[in-house]
Design a protein around this ligand. Structure first.
Ligand SMILES: Nc1ncnc2c1ncn2[C@@H]1O[C@H](COP(=O)(O)OP(=O)(O)OP(=O)(O)O)[C@@H](O)[C@H]1O
Ligand SMILES: [Mg+2]
Length: 473
């Protein structure tokens, strides 16, 4: 007889019935056997313990008053088993006190005799659901550990293998690392992996999103401030650089830093010294800096929006994280990973994906990269009707994404729901519109400007701002 496991049927389980009255045991046995269960019988605690030690029972129905003690005594024993066995207590002498202690001890349910068969069945069914979820969860945790045996970065494409090697090589050094890649490619995960495999792993890793904070606040967050440095600074405050001393500081979205802050960052990188806002002397820090951006920093340098000296300083070790559409072999293992991860998070049984759906996903272009894949899996768990997820459950855009990508507006628009930085979105939009107008006018600036309703000088200014000179005639 097989005991219940994971998503397998709950129909045939092994149930121990513990009651000193033979009649009661018979009634329960008949009822449970009718539902397809296998029933063991015990008339006292000692017999019950012998059976529990010898058999893998899935559930215990225990009378409270027994010749050699209380049914309640079994509850903690069964909970401590591996896996835990739920106990439903039955009693003819119900009292509030007993019910409370039963539930406190962790009894799964508490029924008073006489009970009608429907109530008992309901309780048994709920107990099985509970057990199967517990077991499924345990299994998923093991599966996740197995999937993750090689670290957090899932994927077996040549690009991922190279990425892992690169991480392994740069981690031990204290060099600054520039992690680049589109949104959702896993830049933060790479930063975490570098910290984890460095000698600094027992020290803090602090993460600052430079795009999320206003400039002045960012400065005092990073470098700290002295008391009275500005209105409202009624206490001295140490910044992230000081807090990350001996550890790692990850500056996410570093492309969003103002030129002023860039200068200050350069100083820390060169001298290892931070200057709190309002301070008169610097403090020494030992911090490894990791930087990420989805921006093209080289282009920002050309546009005068990013300091060239800082760029070279950061770019000593560049780590580009390729978009998912350039490593489609990673879609299947990532999908597996997320199917397990999301099931664990939502505490629901794991689901699978039909081969048709997998084929669609593998061919999809993922403008939002790995994060988009994860979001699709989450949504499929919520919307999907069956254990086997189909292509519809992932609600991929009906149009193949590649045809969207040919439209210069496509990448911009597809980024919109992910993005929260309006300035950046508008700039990208502006660049894309300029690009399209220049294309349509054959590179004639005056004509493109007319199309966009821009004056001649305005057009010239913008072409220079976005480095589009090569597209003009
Ligand atoms: N190789 C991978 N293996 C497992 N999970 C991954 C992998 N790459 C990315 N992820 C997951 O995808 C999500 C997005 O990754 P992450 O936040 O690192 O991307 P990002 O490049 O920093 O994105 P953004 O530019 O939007 O900040 C996270 O949930 C992350 O755990
Ligand atoms: Mg990120």
């Amino acid at each position: 007889m097989q005991s219940i496991h994971g998503e397998k049927s709950l129909n045939m389980a092994r149930i121990l019935v513990l009651d000193d009255e033979e009649n009661m045991r018979r009634v329960l046995e008949v009822l449970l056997q009718k539902d397809g269960h296998v029933v063991d019988q015990a008339q006292d605690l000692a017999a019950a313990r012998r059976i529990l030690a010898a058999e893998a029972c899935d559930l215990v129905l225990a009378d409270q008053r027994l010749p050699d003690g209380e049914g309640l005594a079994l509850v903690p024993e069964c909970r401590a088993m591996e896996p835990p066995v739920p106990v439903i207590l039955l009693t003819a002498y119900a009292s509030i006190d007993l019910a409370v202690s039963a539930l406190r001890e962790g009894a799964f349910d508490f029924l008073t005799k006489p009970f009608n068969p429907g109530v008992l069945r309901g309780a048994v069914h709920r107990a099985f659901e509970h057990v199967s979820l517990l077991r499924e969860n345990l299994r998923l945790k093991n599966e996740l550990v197995r999937l993750n045996a090689t670290g957090d970065l899932v994927g077996r494409s040549p690009a991922m293998t190279r990425l892992r090697e690169l991480i392994g090589r740069v981690a031990p050094a204290s060099a600054t690392v520039l992690i680049t890649g589109e949104t959702g490619t896993g830049k933060e995960l790479v930063a975490r992996a570098i910290h984890q495999s460095s000698a600094r792993s027992s020290k803090p890793l602090l993460i600052v999103n430079c795009a999320a904070v206003a400039e002045q606040l960012l400065e005092s967050q990073l470098f700290g401030h002295e008391r009275g440095a500005f209105t409202g600074a009624d206490r001295a405050h140490r910044g992230f650089f000081e807090a990350a001393d001996e550890g790692t500081l990850f500056l996410d979205e570093a492309g969003e830093m103002s030129l002023g802050l860039q200068a200050k960052l350069l100083r820390v990188l060169m001298d290892g010294e931070v200057m709190r806002v309002g301070a008169s002397s610097p403090r020494h820090v030992d911090v490894r800096v990791l930087v990420a951006t989805h921006r093209d920093l080289q282009r920002m340098v050309a546009e005068g929006r990013f300091r060239e000296d800082l760029y070279y300083r950061l770019n000593v070790v560049p780590i580009p994280v390729p978009p998912l559409r350039q490593r489609r072999e990673d879609v299947a293992p990532l999908l597996e990973h997320f199917l397990v991860q999301v099931a664990l998070e939502m505490k629901v049984p794991r689901r699978r994906v039909s081969s048709a759906a997998l084929a669609r996903l593998t061919n999809y272009d993922f403008p939002g990269n790995v994060r988009e894949l994860r979001n699709l899996v989450e949504r499929a768990y919520i919307l999907g009707r069956n254990e086997l997820l189909e292509a519809e459950d992932f609600s991929l855009a009906a149009e193949p994404a590649s045809s969207v990508a040919e439209d210069p507006l496509g990448p911009v628009l597809s980024r919109l729901p992910e993005s929260i930085n309006l300035r950046e979105v508008l700039e990208d939009l502006e660049r894309a519109l300029l690009h399209r107008a220049l294309e349509q006018s054959g590179g004639v600036q005056a004509e493109a400007g007319r199309q966009l309703g821009l004056s001649r000088s305005d057009m010239v200014y913008r072409v220079r701002k976005y480095g589009l000179e090569s597209e003009t005639r």
